[in-house]
Ligand binder design. Structure first.
Ligand code: NDP
Ligand code: AKG
Length: 447
């Protein structure tokens, strides 16, 4: 379905002229513009404030050089960035990614999406994203630590608990957050909750590590309940083998679902009878150790498919949890052929526009990442308030809060999801997130 009309055309021409070649950023903006420009036009306050146009210009983008020393004593140089997109509804908030594919375009798309996602959580969180083109895959643990410390030496002046609170993302987990926090504390000389995803021993919230994957499954519970279905007995194909994928897999198993795939960039593990908890734990341990998953222990009932995507196997539900644009038009056709009727995004923008069109045409209900994977940043928001008040929640309290937030996001999104036979979750998330941001931005005057 080509939803591009004249309003979107004119808007995107201007955004493209200012951000030429930033394909991921333009893709993310266009997906939102298609849904919200008519809402903006219908509200004179939002239109006069030019809310969406403002949101496509970051408040600021900080770029810096990261100089570090490798194990051979050689000087190494990378680029680092922090995109502070909007603090309209709270301090800048969003993860840090260390990956060779990181560019200004990737970080701007992630920061833009983060503004809408954070607005949907109902918590006072602005939007940001950062990271580096550093590739940890060939580095020793000591090298990753030195890199993290050098990265923080440049980032520290720009963050703080009321200013900007980074967290993890691809290749930045609790271990890296510990190194980043240690470096921040040494440099600033204060103990501030300036990062989330910290270890529980130094101010972290229980369950932040699990929150994105668990929250994704709580959102799927709501989607399925709305269709009088449940995850029990459903076959669930998951891509990726990282934080989001493996915790989503654990929670699907808790629900009685059958996890049929996990994957990485070199291929897919297929479990015709479903992954056991031990098999998921084995995948997580291999990933943490930087080892591949191509030769699983025999008794786990897994088969390795070199170079294969996780979508070619019979399934009812698909959870893309790896990275942006991992699912193109051909992969989407595989999803349709596999029998999937419901898809929820654990990764940020995992589908190309053409993939979305294929799934739309096939009537597959889809939840976008800005709604379905918001559980991670929501628990980060809980970590910030725990740090501010010095009082900590236990696992039951965090889990209950996460459940409530994901159910509220589902209700908010469906209230804006149109009157079609099935809810248009993408439109619902874009419009609901936009309205919250627009009410704030249009109150500030010309700033
Ligand atoms: N961590 C969080 O709290 C949140 C994360 N997200 C999003 O979830 C996604 C995954 O993040 P996270 O789990 O934290 O990252 P991790 O670093 O823990 O894991 C990412 C995994 O994805 C795999 N991968 C990357 N590209 C592909 C691909 N094209 N096909 C298959 N596998 C691939 C990587 O495989 P390999 O090892 O081969 O490189 C890696 O194992 C990202 O889009 C992130 O932005 C969203 C919300 C919060
Ligand atoms: O917890 C956070 O602040 C970051 C989460 C994140 O990066 C994301 O939601 O994509």
């Amino acid at each position: 379905m080509d939803r591009r009309d004249a309003l979107v055309e004119t808007f995107m021409e201007a955004v493209t002229a200012r951000n030429d070649g930033q394909d991921e950023f333009l893709q993310a903006v266009e997906e939102v513009a298609e849904d919200v420009l008519t809402v903006e036009k219908a509200n004179s306050g939002f239109a006069e404030a030019r809310v969406l146009e403002r949101l496509t210009e970051p408040d600021r983008m900080i770029q810096f050089r990261v100089v570090w020393e490798d194990d051979e004593g050689r000087t190494r140089i990378n680029r680092g960035w922090r995109v502070q997109m909007s603090n309209a509804i709270g301090p800048y908030k969003g993860g840090l990614r260390f990956h060779p594919s990181v560019t200004p375009s990737v970080l701007k798309f992630l920061a833009f999406e983060q503004c809408f996602k954070n607005a949907l959580t109902g918590l006072p969180l602005g939007g940001a994203k950062g990271g580096s083109d550093f590739d940890p895959s060939d580095c020793s643990e000591a090298e990753i630590m030195r890199f993290s410390q050098a990265f923080m030496a440049e980032l520290a002046p720009h963050i703080g608990p009321d200013l900007d609170v980074p967290a993890g993302d691809i290749n930045v987990g609790q271990r890296e957050i510990g190194w980043l926090f240690g470096a921040y504390k040494r440099q600033k000389g204060v103990f501030h909750g300036a990062l989330t995803g910290k270890g529980p021993a130094f101010g972290g919230s229980v369950m932040r590590t699990e929150a994105t994957g668990y929250g994704l499954v709580y959102f799927v519970d709501c989607m399925m309940a709305a269709q009088d279905r449940a995850l029990e007995g459903a076959r669930v194909a998951i891509s990726g083998k990282g934080n989001v994928s493996t915790h989503a897999a654990d929670k699907v198993i808790d629900r009685g679902g059958i996890v049929v795939t996990l994957s990485d960039t070199s291929g897919t593990l297929h479990a015709p009878d479903g992954f056991s908890r031990d098999a998921v734990a084995w995948v997580r341990e291999r990933k943490a150790a930087g080892e591949d998953i191509a030769e699983p222990p025999r008794d786990y009932g897994l088969t390795w498919h070199d170079g294969a995507l996780p979508w070619g196997f019979e399934a009812d539900v698909a959870l893309p949890c790896a990275t942006q644009n991992e699912m193109d038009e051909d992969a989407a056709k595989m999803v349709v052929d596999s029998g999937v009727t419901l898809l929820a995004e654990g990764a940020n923008m995992p589908l190309t526009a053409k993939a979305i069109a294929v799934l739309d045409k096939a009537g597959i209900v889809q939840a976008p990442g800005k709604a379905a994977n918001a559980g991670g940043v929501a628990v980060s928001g809980l970590e910030m308030s725990q740090n501010a008040h010095g009082r900590f929640l236990d696992a039951d309290q965090v889990d209950k809060a996460l459940h409530g937030i994901m159910a509220d996001i589902h209700a908010t999104v469906t209230s804006e999801a149109g009157t079609g036979e099935t809810p248009d979750y993408r439109r619902g998330a874009n419009v609901a997130g936009y309205r919250h941001l627009a009410r704030a931005i249009s109150s500030f005057g010309i700033v």
